[in-house]
Design a protein around this ligand. Structure first.
Ligand SMILES: Cc1ncc(COP(=O)(O)O)c(C=O)c1O
Length: 409
């Protein structure tokens, strides 16, 4: 006898996901994920892996050989980088401007690093001078920072940070999960040593794969911590001179051996996610990375214009707002949960709440990836307008979508 739950097919409701991510996946990505599996040493598969590496070099604007995927959500990429470059006791400087800076500090602490933080209030970004001063004071081995922190919607300028790191011989790592291809990030030009991302924002996929890239300097450092598992080790393998990486799964040295010419066995590749990550990159390359950033700016600005036409206040320093998400103050006297709930149940549109000091104060509305589109922006604005007024809002009525339409003209 089957219970009801056993015989029902999976049938999620139609939703337009306009929060800070995840967003609706591009249908081409979903199709790629349903392709049949092949073995992990099939030459076709290793060909796909090489092709994926090449595609992410284009996404990151880098020549780095070591450009590959870590299986897991974005924080798997963060954890892989931090545990591979930080030995226990190494100093790391983490500038914190929101929730995800705290996450980097937390992961570095678990790795056993000596974590030094500097902070700006949520809604602001750091100046290069603040970062350089802290580097001079702390003398860290690594600087770890977030580009676009979705918790605050701020986009940290990074173009001068790589030079500062080079000058002081510091490895420069950036988490650009939320900002990649929605905001500029040329990894080589800005001299990043390590960069990791996720698929579920502007790349238009689901979470579950973390593309990353490592400069030669960073990869050489990681190789100094090399350790090969006993069951696959041969007489030719020698250990590195530095203490080995404490995680097996996230040891980027072993992951490089697996993605590199040696194809030394590590984990079983999450093949469907490889297809997915590769297709996400292909779609962006087809559009052009710069065009993709420009599309996020166009639709992000249209959303911002509509929000302001609704009479709502926008959170944070607008000069440093990420293109792909906006923080909107919840108007006084309005029940935020009722408005969000009605948007979801009556319109099928999801917008985001917020964390920490901003919880209950702002909504976060995203325009990213497959949903950085005119129709998605207009539907969201019209729905927010209607739901706010249905819940007692006294500001401008019917203006939001019209203002956004004018922005597109
Ligand atoms: C900037 C940033 N870093 C890291 C993460 C964590 O990603 P995940 O939930 O995929 O592990 C997020 C998720 O929103 C993010 O926005």
């Amino acid at each position: 006898m089957f219970s009801n739950t056993q015989i029902q097919t999976l049938n999620p409701p139609q939703r337009l996901l306009m929060g800070p991510g995840p967003i609706n996946a591009d249908p081409r990505v979903l199709r790629a994920m349903s392709a049949q599996l092949i073995g992990q040493y099939d030459p076709v598969m290793t060909g796909f892996m090489n092709e994926t590496m090449a595609r992410y070099r284009e996404i990151f604007k880098t020549q780095n050989e070591w450009t590959m995927l870590v299986d897991g959500t974005s924080r798997a990429g963060i954890e892989a980088v931090l545990c591979s470059i930080l030995r226990p006791g190494d100093k790391v400087l983490v500038p914190i401007m929101g929730r995800f800076g705290h996450l980097l500090a937390e992961i570095a602490e678990r790795v056993g690093a000596k974590v030094h933080t500097i902070e700006v209030p949520w809604g602001e970004v750091f100046t290069p001078e603040q970062i350089e001063k802290a580097i001079v004071d702390v003398k860290p081995h690594v600087l770890a920072m977030v580009q676009g922190d979705t918790s605050t919607t701020m986009n940290q300028p990074l173009e001068h940070i790589g030079d500062i790191c080079q000058k002081h011989d510091v490895l420069f790592y950036c988490d650009a999960t939320a900002s990649i291809v929605g905001n500029d990030l040329p990894a080589d030009e800005w001299r990043l040593d390590a960069l990791s991302v996720g698929l579920q924002k502007c790349l238009g996929g689901p979470s579950g794969s973390a593309p990353l890239t490592l400069s030669d300097k960073c990869a050489d450092w990681i190789q100094k911590r090399k350790k090969v598992e006993a069951g696959i080790r041969t007489a030719e393998h020698t250990d590195g001179t530095e203490p080995f990486v404490r995680s097996n799964y996230f040891d980027l040295g072993m992951i490089m051996n697996y993605w590199g010419e040696e194809r030394l066995n590590h984990h079983t590749e999450a093949t469907s996610m490889l297809y997915c990550a590769s297709e996400c990159a292909r779609i962006v390359i087809e559009e052009g990375v710069d065009n993709c950033v420009a599309r996020h700016k166009l639709h992000g600005d249209a959303m911002l214009t509509g929000i302001q036409a609704l009479g709502l206040n926008v959170f944070g320093d607008l000069n440093h707002k990420m293109n792909n998400v906006v923080g909107v103050y919840i108007p006084e006297g309005i029940n935020a949960d009722h408005v969000r709930g009605q948007m979801l149940t009556d319109f099928g549109i999801e917008i985001g709440t917020s964390f920490g000091p901003l919880h209950g104060k702002i909504w976060r509305i995203g325009t990213m990836g497959y949903n950085a589109r005119k129709d998605a922006v207009l539907q969201t604005l019209a729905s927010l307008d209607a739901c706010l007024h249905a819940n007692g809002y006294k500001g401008p009525k019917g203006e939001a979508a019209i203002a956004a339409l004018a922005h597109y003209k």
